[in-house]
Ligand binder design. Structure first.
Ligand code: ATP
Length: 355
């Protein structure tokens, strides 16, 4: 086992910086999730650790070894792909054994270790089948068994659940977490799915446009986002942003004013972007004037979209027992002042001292 350390790592394709000056350490035994939208550079970062992409600049360490120029096969990492990448003509047993065969481990030990890995993943009764005779979930478990069979220093997982249906995804997510916690193998896990990131990671590193935005434990990331990108990317739906201006003791918006809460007393007069999670908003008898533009009933909760004067739409999360407003009606959106966030209106960075 080992830590993985990116020190000012960049990867450029011509003019495109797929990964731009990334400094990040995955601790020994940690499951760190790289999270971000399509094209943010997360797969490129993972592939550099695997040795499938060259590092343009900076140093990449696995354990105490600088691996920039180390051959992929000598890095002692195992990768699990979205596409499973199993050999279709080989049995499950042969697929799982494959990394040991490559390392010329003798037959008896190979078979025993493959059976142990298969048993860990509940595959011991499927050893003679070919991948084509397995379900998607079983195929991904074979890929996981092949990754754990040689006890690598690091697991690299690239959206391994994307091809599974919703129910199986939740189950396999739990299986991977349990396996990682039990083996304690350092793991770098790439996904664009924030629910996956929140439920699986010891920590989450959020990327956008090749740059690291924030790295923190899931709850910290949710409660103290470093900027408006992280605030709106995490959460379903994400944080609401409200353009405002501080004037004296008031936060003035086109739809009415809020009193500056004690938590935000440090923000300077002038433009500010306020942030409020859907669960910190409610419909009441005071607050910002808005018109109901959409009501989405999701069973246990209802999401009410409210359009403020000035054009901003806020999503309010209601419990199923609350009165649902009618479409097109005027409402007042009240904001829980103690859970209001504040961001710099120009840069989007969190204003320290807020929350
Ligand atoms: P996705 O989730 O869609 O795979 P990602 O966050 O993993 O996205 P990357 O695949 O790492 O993103 O790509 C990051 C950026 O680098 C993108 O703008 C992409 O177009 C660019 N890129 C990736 N590979 C190459 C390549 N071989 N040549 C040129 N540009 C590339």
């Amino acid at each position: 086992m080992a830590r993985v350390h990116f020190a000012n790592v960049s990867k450029r394709y011509g003019d495109v910086a797929a990964v731009d000056d990334l400094s990040l350490e995955v601790a020994d035994g940690e499951l760190l999730v790289l999270l971000g939208p399509s094209g943010c550079g997360k797969t490129t970062a993972l592939r550099m650790v695997a040795g499938l992409e060259e590092v343009t600049e900076g140093s990449l360490m696995i354990g105490d070894d600088l691996v920039n120029d180390v051959d992929p096969k000598d890095r002692d990492v195992a990768m699990v792909f979205q596409s499973y990448a199993l050999y279709p003509h080989m049995s499950v047993a042969k697929n799982i054994e494959f990394p040991l065969r490559q390392r010329k481990i003798e037959t008896a030990e190979r078979k025993q270790r493959a059976l142990e890995a298969a048993t860990t993943l509940g595959l011991e009764d499927l050893m003679d089948r070919k991948p084509g005779q397995l379900s998607g979930g079983q195929r991904q478990r074979v890929a996981l068994a092949r990754a754990i069979v040689r006890d690598p220093r690091v697991f690299l997982m690239d959206e391994p659940l994307s091809n599974l249906d919703a129910k199986l995804r939740v189950q396999t997510r739990g299986d991977i977490v349990a396996l990682q916690r039990r083996l304690g193998t350092t793991t770098l896990y790439v996904t664009h799915d924030q629910v996956e990131a929140m439920t699986m990671g010891h920590r989450i590193a959020v990327m956008q446009g090749g740059r690291l935005q924030q790295v923190a434990a899931p709850q910290d990331l949710y409660e103290r986002p470093a900027n408006t990108f992280v605030a709106t990317f995490l959460g379903s739906p994400g944080m609401n942003l409200i353009p405002a201006r501080r004037q004296g003791d008031e936060l003035v918006t086109p739809s009415g004013s809020l009193v500056v809460p004690a938590e935000l007393s440090g923000i300077a007069p002038g433009e500010v972007t306020l942030g409020a999670r859907p669960e910190s908003l409610s419909l009441g008898t005071e607050g910002l004037r808005a018109t109901v533009s959409l009501v989405e009933m999701l069973g246990a909760e209802t999401q009410v979209h409210c359009k403020l004067e000035g054009g901003t739409t806020l999503v309010v999360r209601q419990g199923h027992d609350q009165v649902r407003p009618d479409l097109g009606h005027s409402v007042l959106v009240s904001v829980d002042p103690s859970s209001l966030h504040a961001f710099d209106a120009a840069t989007g960075d969190r204003i320290e001292g807020s929350q």
